[in-house]
Ligand binder design. Sequence first.
Ligand SMILES: [Zn+2]
Length: 325
Amino acid sequence: MSFGDILGQSHAVSLLKSALASGRLSGAYLFSGPPGVGKRFAARQLAKALNCEKGEEEACDLCLSCRKMDACNHPDLLWIEPREKAVQISIEAIRELKREVALRPWEGKRRVVVFPEVERATEEAQNAFLKILEETPEGSLLLLTSVKREGILPTVLSRCKELRFGPIAREVIQQFLEKQKGIDSKEASLLATLCHGSLGKALAMSEEDFLEKRVDLLSQFLGRAFRVDEEREFFGEKEELRLALDLLISWYRDLWVIQEGSSQELLFHRDRLADLKMESSRWPQDSLEAALSELLEAQDHLDHHVNVKLLLFLLSRRMKTLQGK
Ligand SMILES: [Zn+2]
């Protein structure tokens, strides 16, 4: 694995490669962007390239340093992660890191410290980390990643060179799923559509048999979300709701395609043709397009809407009206 294996982030990768080639890497970088687009992976590849015994721009993957990096047991690649996902990084952990960073690399050429999702650290911990950023020794490189950069202290932000990681193109994800994971093209196409540019999400969905479960998920969602006033806690998690909405949108789009009599080649859920036909026949002519707009609008509001329950309630009312119920 090397820079060439970082999918769909050519801008960030070319900046890193040219900084490496000219020996002008900054002391600290922030890789920012949505989850599952390769930020941590890129951090590892950079650490590998810097420490590869061959000393070329691309890591060789074969030398002892590269193999240790891949196996996560290289002493000069440190990850600052809380032991449990819900726990924040403690200030003690940052103080310990400060002592650690001041040391020379143990066996590599450059000590690389990766601080994933730095915005999850408390303000106190971020302030302590700022001291490390201000006095980073030459032998060390700090790599921060962030999903929500608004959560990072401006003083921390200003000390890092930021590289943006965007959503990965649908075709790139589909090809990866087919070629590297052996997923058949129909399934790969659906996963690539539903993951919205996040390879991590596509892989997680493929492991959870998401596509197998989708019809159940849909009926559960329709059955429960549309009685949301009774189901108080059902969709507390925005991520869960986002996924359900993605799925609903692809499903309703298919219902609409069928009602319009367009080519079945266009369907996302081609393998569920019978279900689709049955459901589309239950919708009055012309109202599916409006239902789709409602869903798209709900998805759009999700990021801004504080009250998820109200959003779902209004959506369910509109959908029922459209279906003539
Ligand atoms: Zn190597």
